[in-house]
Design a protein around this ligand. Structure first.
Ligand SMILES: [Zn+2]
Length: 195
């Protein structure tokens, strides 16, 4: 018994996994995952995607039950915020989002003047060896570590997500370049079924 058990659905004596999943799926009308960088200058990206996709809602509102507990939300977008917006860090979150809520779109966004363009795979591997005495050369695919060419990184990440077993086959995948100064989104990659 942990002192936090009462906050975990699966720790309840009456836990019914299928019924809990069904109830959870109604709590948020999630449609779209937006993967982008943790750079504070990129924080407006999910709002920009919501405007571009028109019928999306972000950040939406938290919905309270009769006793004031936060039980749901009206958002249709979940942000996945990772270094450089590289898809490799988003794969598990895609799998879980599909399982809990079901998704229709995955939008990858890489932004202008990103920190991920300030270093190379060799540079970070060498630095770790010298500064931390750790060999990270086999920790990540080299093509997923930094960004040296935005078109290449967006196309790579679109293909990576499509090839991932946790990505349901009905999902549309988009890759956008985002200008942090103008807020403009430019489509670079698109993998939409039926197109
Ligand atoms: Zn960035």
């Amino acid at each position: 018994m942990s002192k936090f058990d009462r906050y975990a659905f699966s720790a309840q004596p009456s836990f019914d996994e299928a019924a809990t999943r069904k109830a959870f799926s109604h709590a948020v009308p999630l449609r779209t995952l937006v993967i982008y960088c943790y750079d504070p200058r990129a924080a407006e990206i999910p709002s920009a995607v919501a405007r571009l996709f028109r019928d999306e809602v972000f950040p939406g509102a938290i919905i309270l039950d009769g006793s004031g507990k936060k039980v749901a939300s009206s958002t249709t977008i979940f942000p996945i915020i990772v270094a450089g917006g590289r898809a490799i860090d988003a794969l598990r979150s895609i799998t879980v989002a599909q399982h809990l809520f079901g998704i229709q779109n995955i939008v990858i966004v890489h932004h202008s003047y990103c920190g991920a363009t300030t270093f190379t795979a060799d540079g970070i591997i060498d630095a770790y060896e010298h500064e931390h005495h750790r060999d990270i050369s086999n920790l990540y695919q080299r093509s997923s570590i930094c960004i040296s060419d935005y078109e290449a990184s967006l196309k790579h990440d679109t293909a990576l997500i499509r090839a991932h077993d946790g990505t349901p086959s009905h999902v549309n995948i988009f890759g956008y370049f985002y200008d942090i100064d103008t807020g403009a989104l430019i489509e670079v990659a698109r993998d939409v079924l039926g197109e």
